[in-house]
Every structure is written in structure tokens, then in C-alpha cells.
Design a protein around this ligand. Structure first.
Ligand code: TYM
Length: 329
């Protein structure tokens, strides 16, 4: 059976981008693959080093994973920092990761621009830690959104470089994965760019309906089509992209037709979109609330996941140490 690994940083509640870019794929995969889903709390330290929030954020994302439908009986759900073997593999992979390639990574350049006062080494080696997360379980597939494509490319590079340096076909070379042909990008409500936790343009699974409605009604639009069949501007195309994941086909068709006839009313489009988002998020939100308050269940899930993840991770690190040439006295 093929192995799947994927993770999410606990730097805020899960939004529709996380759900449709990654979680939706996890849900389908847990039936037919050996799945590891984790919360990347080491990674979150590269941008959010706040001890007061760390545990609460991890707990929230764990509750959200479970509420969205991840099943701890079928999959291994764990917290990254519960498995220190990941840190050891990162250290070993760091020896074969080069400064130039790390500095050229888009996410490093973006983050260095966003937080010039904190361009830490963790940001630089972020893709190495991510590679360790993935290859420590010998993953074949990694369900992620489009924004993680380059990080995945780095993972493939580090895994094959290790195999080459040590002249062994040891690591699987994992592939980014989405059930469609392409990795997807859910846009934000601000007219351009992706929906993100730090972009302040997202809709969260745990968000209350009133707030969702308000955000959608305020989403950026344009001044409307002036000629029949004119192409969609980016902000409008973005609203349709979100519609495509939450609304019925006939709803989308209806508004597309209204657009091409120039009779579309963006107010109506937004009202419908808000309604469909709320219909989609409400059952998940209700489950999140119930699960987040069940400390006992959460700690049982985390413990179960830790044990399973440690077993697989420690086996890999043992073998890697052997391959590198460490010998016990
Ligand atoms: P993170 O926490 O930013 O996002 C988690 C997952 O959600 C996807 N995603 C999106 N997909 C589509 N449209 C969007 N607007 C959108 N926003 C987020 C991301 O692609 C991701 O799949 N580096 C990773 C976390 C990580 C990881 C890993 C992932 C650490 N180690 C190993 C996979 C395997 C990250 O920051 O994701």
C-alpha cells in the first residue's frame, strides 16, 4: 500500500484554502493509503514564536482536522514535535542542502521580505524540515495545494541527492498530489492572490455565519461586464473559483450566464456564495466546537498518533544512520 504524508502549520484556524487544497484530498486518501497527517508546529516557529499560543493553536488545528473527517483509526494523526526523529533527520539532510538553493526558494524570499527583522536559519532550512517530514515515512504521495509545489520539488531533490551520495535507492521520491490533474489554489476575497492565514483574506471552517456573510459581501469586485461574453476580471474569476468548490453546478451556470449577458448583480452573486459557504462550513463548525472542548479525546488521539509516527520515523532514522556510517561502540 502506498504511503501518504501531509501537514499543516498551526498558525491560525483552517480556512477554505487549506480545506480544498489539502484536507479534502486527505479525506479521500485515508481509505486507500497508509496515511500520516501531522501538525507542523516546529515549522510554525519560523514565523510565530509565541509560547503562550503554541499549544492552543495545535489543539485547535487537531480539533479541526478531526471535525473535517480525519479518522484516527484509519490514519496516523500526530504533532510534529512529538516525533524528535524528524529533527534528527533534518540535521542529517542539512549536510547535503546548499545555501544557494535554499536562498533561491520563493517562500524564503517572501518571508524574508515580510519579516526583515527575523530572517532566521529556520526560515532558510524550512524546505529541509519539510523534506524530513515527508521522507521519514517513505511517502509516495503528498496532498498539498499549489503553493507547496516548490517545497515539494526541494523534497524530491533532497531525497534523490541522498540516494545518489550514498549510492543506494533508499528513499522513495514522493510526488505532490491532487485528485484533479492540477494542484489547486483557492484565492482570497481581496481580489488577487491566494487565501492565506497571514493575508487576512480568508474564510475559516470555524467562522460564524454572520462574519462569513460580512466578509463575502465586502469581497472585491469590479464595475461589471460592459459587453456580452467579456472575459472575467481577476476578482470576479476568484469568486467563481470559490463558488466552484462550494456551490451546485446549476448555481454556477446561472451566474456565469448572467455575467455573459451583462445582467449579473454582484450583490446577488455574493449573497448566494455566502449562503453556500455557510451551508458547507456549518456542520464542520459544529463538530469543531464539540471536539475542541473534549480534552480527553484530543489527548487520546495525539498519543495514538505519536506512537505510530514514532515507530515509522525511528526506523528510518536508524537505517539512515547506518547508511551514513554511524556505528555504535
Ligand atoms: P500551510 O499550513 O500553509 O497550508 C496547509 C495546506 O493547505 C494548502 N493551502 C492551500 N491550498 C489551496 N489554496 C490555498 N489558498 C491554500 N492555502 C493553503 C497548502 O498547500 C497545504 O497543503 N509547509 C506547509 C506545511 C508542511 C507540510 C509538510 C505539508 C510542513 N511539512 C510536509 C506537506 C508535507 C505549509 O506551510 O502549509
Amino acid at each position: 500500500m502506498e504511503t501518504v504524508v501531509s501537514g499543516i502549520r498551526p498558525t491560525g484556524n483552517l480556512h477554505l484554502g487549506n480545506y480544498f487544497g489539502a484536507v479534502r484530498n486527505f479525506l479521500k486518501m485515508q481509505e486507500n493509503y497508509n496515511c500520516y497527517f501531522f501538525i507542523a508546529d516546529y515549522h510554525s516557529l519560523t514565523t510565530h514564536p509565541n509560547p503562550k499560543d503554541l499549544h492552543g493553536n495545535v489543539k485547535q488545528v487537531l480539533a479541526e482536522y478531526l471535525a473535517a473527517g480525519l479518522d484516527p483509526e484509519k490514519s496516523t494523526i500526530y504533532i510534529q514535535s512529538d516525533v524528535p526523529a524528524v529533527a534528527e533527520l533534518t540535521l542529517l539532510l542539512n549536510m547535503n542542502a546548499y545555501l544557494g538553493e535554499l536562498e533561491r526558494t520563493t517562500s524564503f524570499k517572501d518571508k524574508a521580505r515580510q519579516q526583515p527583522e527575523n530572517v532566521n536559519a529556520g526560515l532558510l532550512t524550512y524546505p529541509v524540515l519539510m523534506a524530513a517530514d515527508i521522507i521519514i515515512h517513505q511517502a509516495h504521495k503528498v496532498p498539498v495545494g499549489k503553493d507547496q509545489e516548490q517545497n515539494l520539488e526541494m523534497t524530491r531533490k533532497f531525497a534523490s541527492r541522498f540516494n545518489r551520495i550514498y549510492k543506494q535507492d533508499y528513499f522513495n521520491i514522493p510526488r505532490p498530489f491532487n485528485f484533479g490533474d492540477e494542484l489547486i489554489k483557492i484565492p482570497g476575497l481581496d481580489g488577487s492572490g491566494k487565501m492565506g492565514k497571514s493575508e487576512n483574506n480568508g474564510i475559516f471552517l470555524a467562522e460564524d455565519p454572520k462574519s462569513i456573510r460580512k466578509k463575502v459581501m465586502r469581497a472585491v469586485t469590479d464595475s461589471g461586464p460592459t459587453e456580452p461574453n467579456s472575459p472575467l476580471s481577476e476578482p470576479i474569476a476568484n469568486l467563481f473559483t470559490i463558488m466552484e468548490v462550494v456551490s451546485k453546478e446549476e448555481t454556477i451556470e446561472f451566474f456565469k450566464e448572467e455575467y455573459s449577458k451583462c445582467s449579473i448583480r454582484y450583490g446577488d452573486l455574493k449573497k448566494q456564495l455566502a449562503k453556500d459557504i455557510i451551508e458547507f462550513t456549518t456542520p464542520i463548525r459544529e463538530k469543531i466546537e464539540a471536539i475542541a472542548s473534549d480534552e480527553q479525546y484530543l489527548s487520546k488521539v495525539a498519543k495514538m498518533g505519536r506512537e505510530k509516527a514514532m515507530e515509522s520515523a525511528e526506523k528510518t532514522v536508524r537505517e539512515v544512520r547506518e547508511i551514513i556510517g554511524f556505528r555504535p561502540f
